[in-house]
Design a binder for this molecule. Structure first.
Ligand code: ZN
Length: 184
């Protein structure tokens, strides 16, 4: 039976990694073999941990290319988890499809859009091939409503690929995003 592909997306601080960790817990409790990966670009919490902002963590294998995942797969692997997929190239689509075809469940989490509201290509393509897409929201940093779908960069350079946390980014709702941009 083919594995399921689940993609968790949303802005900064929307609990994507927490959601990923809760799926990992299901396999962990079920004593099923799984592997966790994250791009080497995201070194915020150390090279070998996937950590939520709330502090939960699990060990992860750092990769720079999606193809590297394949070297770790065994006959007994039941699920593969990948965090921060926006930092991986779009060959993740082929890798995920191959894994799912061989019966492995694939769970991916990442930002759907940059702080300029541009879709991240890998996230967008993964959403297209997914069996299930979970779109998370965050609490708007400006108005306090639970409808933040966008990330806004408060400092740093203009780069759309720029790892950071609350020192650089806030989550905002579309309305507050417009005001911040001076468009509203
Ligand atoms: Zn708002």
């Amino acid at each position: 039976m083919a594995g399921k592909i689940t993609v968790i997306v949303g802005p900064m601080f929307s609990g994507k990694t927490s959601e990923l960790l809760s799926f990992i817990e299901i396999y962990h409790l079920g004593r099923k073999e799984y592997l966790v990966f994250k791009p080497t670009l995201d070194t915020r919490y150390g090279m070998e941990a996937v950590k939520s902002h709330s502090g939960n963590a699990t060990k992860a294998i750092p990769i720079s290319k999606p193809e590297e995942i394949l070297a770790y797969i065994k006959d007994t692997t039941k699920a593969v988890f990948v965090d921060e997929i926006q930092f991986l190239d779009k060959s993740l689509v082929e890798v995920a499809r191959g894994l799912s075809d061989s019966g492995i469940d694939v769970f991916c989490a990442g930002l759907d859009m940059s702080y300029l509201r541009n879709p991240f290509e890998t996230s967008a393509m993964m959403m297209a091939i997914a069996n299930e897409v979970i779109k998370k929201r965050a609490v708007c940093h400006v108005c306090g409503e639970y409808n933040a779908t966008l990330s806004y960069k408060t400092r740093g350079d203009g780069s759309e690929i720029d790892v950071g946390g609350s020192e650089k980014y806030i989550a905002v709702c579309p309305e507050c995003y417009k005001h911040l941009k001076g468009e509203g």
